[in-house]
Structures are given as structure tokens and as C-alpha cells.
Design a protein. Structure first.
Length: 357
């Protein structure tokens, strides 16, 4: 009887998890996270006790809650930016989604699989690229690495060769595919890292700082390849990056985490609309003259006939601001949005103040 009840309870639990991972239209989400939590116990540093017998035999510890009840879902084929300041809980969340860490509370499913219980099965369906951590053997060539990964994922040799040829052409690896990885440039290595993660046709790709350290030209090339991969293969992209260019050019949705909690989950378009209340106005005047002192207009920089102003459109309409500025005999003018990086930093700071209270 006990065995039957155990089987029944497991079946009910699986049903509940599956229902939670479904959208209202019944379609399974690529990633579903519900009240996920993770706490670490770390050694507390006590002043004046370093090296003492008591500190060694009876160390003081404290609990650090890295992730605090995080919930979100990611649709199949979506490109999501999951960002936050250092220590916000991003890496811990990713490690739980890939099965490296076990959650202390809540639950997560990736492609309907519980990462904590079936990590090996999940590994065959996801890919990972870490810009700061190599997964390729540096003494081998990219080609030999790809064959090695094909064997790890139990891909038939003929199919592996076909995938290598297809991806090498798409990512333009022909010139260096037989060069040892240790002799490649950083940009070439990152392209090879992405190819290695795509050999087994993953449905979800986790990208952690994929363009870190790359020059602008190579960065744009990598971004273009990621967009192409998402468009042609419908690969779900889960991106973490401190590079605002990655976020703005790749993702239509952004989740910002701070102190282990989600502080913003919105589309990139709405983020800019709701938080972009300021414009940067650069002017060149015909001659050096005073600028109007108007509420909502702040002079950021002034040198000779050139000035850089910030206009708060929540306080003054941009048209009224331009009329006031133009009264100073403006010869040339340029208007631009406040950089997205500044907006995100303001959100970090605001949430930091809120959580500190």
C-alpha cells in the first residue's frame, strides 16, 4: 500500500510541476521558475580572532541568502537578458537552472525537466557559453574539440561531421579550424565556444558574458551570429552581460535582479518608455553667451560656444526646452537619449536604497 501511495504522490507532484510550467494556452515554457531560493552558509570574519584556537575549532558562520523567492518564465525562442550588479544572484540562478546547484526552496524546470533531479538528461538539450571560462581543450584544434564534444553527446560520427561543416561555414571558422585553440584570438575562440555549444542542437542556450574582452567589430559579429542562430533554429537565449550593447541589440525583454530578488521584469521597449524621461541636448552657439536657467534643464558641461545639457521631459516638454535653448542663438543642435547603461544604473541604485531601508 505504501509503495502505491508513494508512486501516486510522485505522479501528483509531477503533474503539479508540469501544470506550473504551462502557459494559459497549454504550451510548455522553455524555462519556468517558481519561488526559487538558495542560501549559502559562509564563515564570518571576526575581528581580533584571526589564527586563534577558538576561531579554528569553533568558527562563526552566517547565512547569506543569494536568491530570494525568484519567479519568472521564458518562452521558447525568446531572447532574455538576465542582469544585475555583482552579487545580485545571477550566477547562482543560472547554476540552479543548469543543475550545478540545488535550490533550497521553490522549483525550476527547463524544457519540462527538473535540473536538480535530471541534470544529465537536461545536459543533452541545453548549451552553455561562459566568456570568462574556457570549455575547449587549448592544445587541440577547434575541429578536434568539436569531434570530442560530438562523442560526449553521443552524436553519430557522420552526423558530427555534417554539423561541424555546417556550423564552421555559418560561423566562418574555415581559416583557423585546424589551428590549436591556444593560438587563436579571443574573438575566434568565442566563436568556437559557441559552435561547440551548438553541436548537439540545444533548445536553450545560456550565455554568460559572451562578448567580454572583445573589440567592437568582433562583438558585433558575435551578436549577429547569436541573432541568426535564434532566428533560424528558434533557440531560446538566456543572456547575462554587463555590456549594455549585448542587452540592447539582442534582447526584447529584460529581467533585472538585485540582492537576490527581481526588481524589474519588462520589455526593452517599455523599459525605455517608462524610464527614459531625460534627453541629452548638445548645442553649438554662434557666440559665447549665457544659457537660460529653467527648471528641468541642467547644464552638464560648458566650454566656449559648446554646451551639453540634460532635459527632464517630466518637468518640461522637449519642445518648450528647445525654444528656450534656441533663444541663445544656437548654430547647431543634437538630441539623443540618455544611454541605456545610465538607466540601468539608476534602477540598481534606487533598488539598492529600497532594500537597504
Amino acid at each position: 500500500m505504501g509503495i502505491h501511495l508513494g508512486v501516486w504522490n510522485m505522479a501528483v507532484l509531477f503533474y503539479i510541476i508540469r501544470k506550473l510550467a504551462l502557459r494559459e494556452d497549454g504550451v510548455m515554457q522553455a524555462i519556468h521558475v517558481e519561488e526559487l531560493e538558495k542560501t549559502f552558509r559562509v564563515r564570518r570574519k571576526e575581528k581580533g580572532m584571526r589564527g586563534s584556537v577558538q576561531a579554528i575549532l569553533r568558527p562563526q558562520t552566517e547565512e547569506i541568502k543569494a536568491v530570494k523567492g525568484v519567479s519568472f518564465g521564458v518562452e521558447a525562442g525568446e531572447m532574455l537578458a538576465f542582469i544585475g550588479p555583482n552579487g545580485a544572484g545571477k550566477s547562482t540562478t543560472i547554476k540552479m537552472l543548469t543543475g550545478i546547484l540545488y535550490p533550497d526552496g521553490g522549483q525550476a524546470t527547463v524544457l519540462g525537466i527538473d535540473p536538480a533531479k535530471r541534470r544529465r538528461q537536461l545536459a543533452y538539450r541545453i548549451g552553455t557559453v561562459f566568456g570568462q571560462k574556457e570549455q575547449l581543450w587549448t592544445h587541440l584544434t577547434p575541429y578536434d574539440n568539436f569531434r570530442f564534444f560530438g562523442a560526449i553527446y553521443d552524436i553519430p560520427e557522420k552526423e558530427t561531421e555534417g554539423r561541424i561543416g555546417e556550423l564552421a561555414e555559418r560561423f566562418e571558422l574555415g581559416e583557423f579550424i585546424n589551428t590549436p585553440v591556444r593560438n587563436l584570438s579571443l574573438g575566434q575562440r568565442i566563436r568556437c565556444e559557441i559552435v561547440a555549444s551548438l553541436l548537439h542542437k540545444p533548445q536553450v542556450l545560456f550565455l554568460d558574458e559572451p562578448t567580454i574582452g572583445l573589440d567592437p567589430v568582433v562583438k558585433e559579429s558575435v551578436r549577429s551570429l547569436i541573432r541568426q542562430m535564434n532566428r533560424e533554429l528558434n533557440t531560446t537565449i538566456f543572456l547575462t552581460s554587463h555590456d549594455v550593447g549585448d542587452i540592447e541589440k539582442l534582447c526584447k525583454r529584460i529581467i533585472i535582479v538585485n540582492a537576490g530578488q527581481i526588481v524589474l521584469d519588462d520589455s526593452m521597449e517599455h523599459l525605455k518608455y517608462h524610464y527614459l524621461h531625460k534627453k541629452i541636448v548638445e548645442v553649438k552657439m554662434q557666440e559665447e553667451t549665457s544659457l537660460p536657467q529653467v527648471e528641468g534643464i541642467t547644464i552638464l558641461k560648458r566650454k566656449g560656444t559648446h554646451a551639453r545639457l540634460e532635459v527632464d521631459t517630466g518637468r518640461i516638454e522637449i519642445g518648450d526646452a528647445l525654444r528656450r535653448i534656441n533663444a541663445a542663438d544656437v548654430e547647431d543642435i543634437n538630441i539623443s537619449n540618455v544611454p541605456l547603461e545610465n538607466i540601468i544604473m539608476d534602477i540598481y541604485k534606487a533598488e539598492g536604497r529600497d532594500t537597504a531601508c
